[in-house]
Design a protein around this ligand. Structure first.
Ligand SMILES: Nc1ncnc2c1ncn2[C@@H]1O[C@H](COP(=O)(O)OP(=O)(O)OP(=O)(O)O)[C@@H](O)[C@H]1O
Length: 334
């Protein structure tokens, strides 16, 4: 992790302490039979953020979410949810998880599904849950097994939001939704999060959409953390420089090149041409330099897996000794 040489412009950083983080991971690793899915991952996600979790297929995103929701146990290291172990009563009560499979009872009606949500969750908000279902004209009397994939996703959303969680974890929630429903549920997500201060961790491959939702970012690749921090602090730590006409340019010297992008569209995407750099010193934005969009930043890092990771100040975890001490089993005395 090479963040010490990176130039974070004044105002883009984030002073600790931030209060209790929603998620804090230290040396987190998960090894399956086939090998490591996640290795030595350490970060903090401050409470109240909407955080995009981005990475290629098989990068370890679902594994990280399953660890945070206690579906699986770590092989190394550990993590805390609002300072508690993921399986603890408090963490379970405060967290809602919408997995890719969206498991629902097929024989239950929509109304029965919501009733189950109400009975299992002390903070249940029936109005929010019913509002999400009725906005999609999904009949309360319909059985889950008769619904379309998108309608089932809507019911799963209603269950997750109705729980009124402090931490909402969504694993590629929008992938089977049409564009209009995606937009509607995205608005519901951001409005609910803003109103209640909910922390959201949402994995997605839809980079362009993420920039309208997220103010925080975790990027993983090959089981490792590549980029973490506030969207604004990460964007401010980079610049997209107009491509030099020929050969290496001295004005690149203090900076680290993430990628050089050719003419518009030449690589099959819509980003601007130029050289994406991580700033190694102050830079005047002018005609020849601009901050990258979130999408340009993400594409640059996804296409350049060998660039050292960048963990911005706000995403650096607290004292490792502190957490590991808390991870020790309690000593029981007779
Ligand atoms: N239960 C499992 N047993 C064995 N290997 C697994 C298991 N779950 C995940 N893996 C492996 O761990 C790695 C990370 O998988 P993971 O599902 O976390 O990736 P992901 O980033 O969510 O991918 P995608 O974007 O395709 O959903 C992959 O190589 C995957 O094959």
């Amino acid at each position: 992790m090479n963040h010490s040489a990176t130039h974070f412009p004044a105002g883009a950083g984030y002073a600790h302490p931030l209060g209790r983080p929603a998620i804090e991971a230290h040396g987190l690793g998960k090894k399956y039979r086939r090998g490591w899915a996640l290795r030595d991952v350490s970060f903090r996600l401050p409470a109240g953020r909407v955080c995009g979790l981005v990475g290629p297929n098989g990068a370890g995103k679902s594994t990280l979410m399953s660890l945070a929701t206690h579906m699986i146990r770590p092989t190394t290291g550990g993590l805390r949810v609002f300072g508690q172990a993921p399986g603890s009563d408090e963490a379970v009560r405060r967290t809602a998880f919408l997995s890719q499979e969206k498991p629902l009872f097929r024989r239950f009606t929509v109304a029965e599904t919501l009733r189950l949500g109400r009975e299992l969750n002390p903070r249940w908000d029936q109005g929010v849950a019913e509002g999400i279902v009725s906005a999609g004209q999904v009949p309360l009397t319909a059985r889950i097994g008769t619904l379309s994939g998108g309608q089932r996703t809507r019911v799963a959303f209603a269950l997750a939001f109705g729980k009124r969680p402090d931490l909402l974890i969504l694993d590629e929630p929008m992938s089977d939704l049409d564009p209009l429903v995606r937009r509607e549920l995205t608005q519901t997500l951001t409005a609910e999060a803003a109103q209640h201060g909910t922390t959201v961790l949402v994995s997605s491959h839809m980079l362009a959409e993420l920039q309208y939702i997220c103010d925080y970012l975790l990027v993983v690749a090959n089981g490792g953390l590549r980029l973490a921090g506030e969207v604004d602090e990460l964007r401010a730590a980079h610049a997209l420089l107009a491509a030099p006409d020929a050969g290496p340019s001295p004005h690149l010297a203090p900076h680290r090149v993430i990628e050089s992008r050719g003419a518009l569209g030449a690589r099959g995407d819509e980003g601007r041409p130029g050289v994406l750099v991580r700033l190694g010193g102050p830079l005047e934005y002018g005609e020849r330099a601009a901050p990258p969009t979130l999408e340009e930043l993400l594409l640059g890092y996804l296409r350049s897996p060998d660039v050292p990771a960048l963990i911005a100040p706000s995403a650096q975890p607290g004292d490792i000794h502190d957490i590991l001490t808390r991870d020790q089993p309690e000593t029981v005395t007779a």
